[in-house]
Design a protein around this ligand. Structure first.
Ligand code: GN1
Ligand code: MG
Length: 359
């Protein structure tokens, strides 16, 4: 399918390439994504969601800084920079986006011979993912440029609970009465979660360059299941390293889909947790401080709770943030995240023992 608006945008990025096809890529909850085929290369074209990303130029500035740093390191290590991170294509005016009709469009190179997984079907894959996320942390430890806060308060639990209470107050969708028990479950966990965030506020847990959206499908693997690179760098910011460990566990150690409708099928896998933790710590152990290490297991609970809160908040707001496939989708997602969270809590002391083994 070739549409003339998209063709025009592509002309600004790729003035000399002839575009053979442009097809929508259905993944991701936030941006609109297309795969573009040209004679020599393929590309990923994205319309960035400006309801969520209020400052795309700043977001792209972060991405350029981080990808340039990773490329420089890859080159020095004798690796192929174009497979080590995203390659952002600049538009004719030198900007890393095209701004047209109030919309921001971004083009990156498609990394060939790469694999994306939606679900970790083996401990081996979880281990490899752990190595990749740990390696990202380790390699970014030498990055010292300032990054913008692309989404203010993204993993800030103090802010998330304030937002949540405002949504409950406004009840824009009128759905609040349907979800009282989920609201209560989330409110009852506030103090526990705040204990972790307060350590970050107090500087006991340090600022690190973090990806902040490390679910399995945001990592590219090669044919041997080694991690090539992290993709979807929209939320790269300075925050807690624990966001990335916690969000990874939320996805790698969940044996069902994030939106599994039958909560009886939602199971936390201790063996996936162990495999990921082992891989992660093999790379990240020397970077993390004691407080980060002590909170690794809890970070999985923290991020899963935050995710449940964000899905439920969106349900109460009337589905303004996440793309949904059906009316109750955000509620189904909330229930699945709460079930996963409860299963993590049941396994918590075993999770602590596992961290202890590899730390
Ligand atoms: C969104 O963009 P995507 O689909 O990788 C969201 C994450 C959530 C995730 C849940 C900017 O990630 O925070 O954890 O959905 N990204 C943003 O699957 O809100
Ligand atoms: Mg994203």
């Amino acid at each position: 399918m070739i549409n003339s608006k998209l063709e025009n945008i592509l002309l600004s990025f790729l003035p000399t390439e002839s575009v053979e096809s442009i097809s929508p890529l259905g993944e991701g909850f936030i941006n609109d994504t297309y795969i573009v085929k040209c004679a020599c290369s393929r590309y990923i074209l994205q319309k960035k969601n400006t309801y969520i990303f209020r400052d795309v130029p700043h977001m792209m500035d972060n991405i350029l800084k981080v990808t340039s740093f990773i490329k420089k390191n890859a080159k020095e290590a004798g690796l192929d920079p174009s497979r080590s991170t995203l390659t952002v294509i600049l538009a004719a005016d030198g900007k890393p986006y095209v701004f047209l009709d109030g919309e921001y469009w971004v083009l990156t190179l498609f990394i060939e011979k790469s694999v994306v997984y939606q679900k970790a079907d083996s401990d081996k894959l979880a281990y490899m993912g752990g190595c990749g996320v740990g390696d990202f942390l380790r390699s970014m430890a030498d990055f010292h440029e300032e990054l913008h806060e692309t989404i203010p308060g993204f993993h800030n639990m103090r802010f998330r609970y304030e937002q949540f209470l405002t949504s409950i107050d406004k009840n824009l969708s009128g759905r609040l009465d349907l979800v009282r028990s989920q609201v209560d479950a989330i409110l009852s966990l506030k103090d526990e979660a705040m204990m972790l965030w307060e350590k970050f506020e107090q500087g006991i847990i340090p600022h690190r360059v973090s990806h902040n959206d490390t679910k399995l499908s945001n990592i590219l693997f090669d044919a041997d299941n080694r991690v090539l690179c992290m993709i979807d760098l929209d939320t790269v910011m300075s925050s807690m390293a624990l966001n990335d460990f916690g969000d990874s566990i939320r996805s790698y150690a969940n044996l069902s889909a994030e939106d599994e409708p039958d909560v009886k099928n939602v199971k936390f896998s201790l063996s996936r947790f162990e495999a990921f933790t082992k891989g992660y710590l093999s790379c990240a152990k020397d970077v993390l401080n004691d407080s980060e290490k002590q909170n690794l297991a809890f970070s999985a609970i923290y991020i899963t709770l935050e995710q449940a809160l964000r899905f439920l908040m969106d349900y109460i707001d009337g589905d303004l943030y996440y793309k949904t496939a059906y009316a109750e989708h955000n509620l189904v997602r909330t229930n699945a995240q709460l079930a996963l969270l409860n299963d993590m809590k049941r396994n918590y002391s075993l999770m602590l023992d596992i961290v202890e083994k590899y730390v």
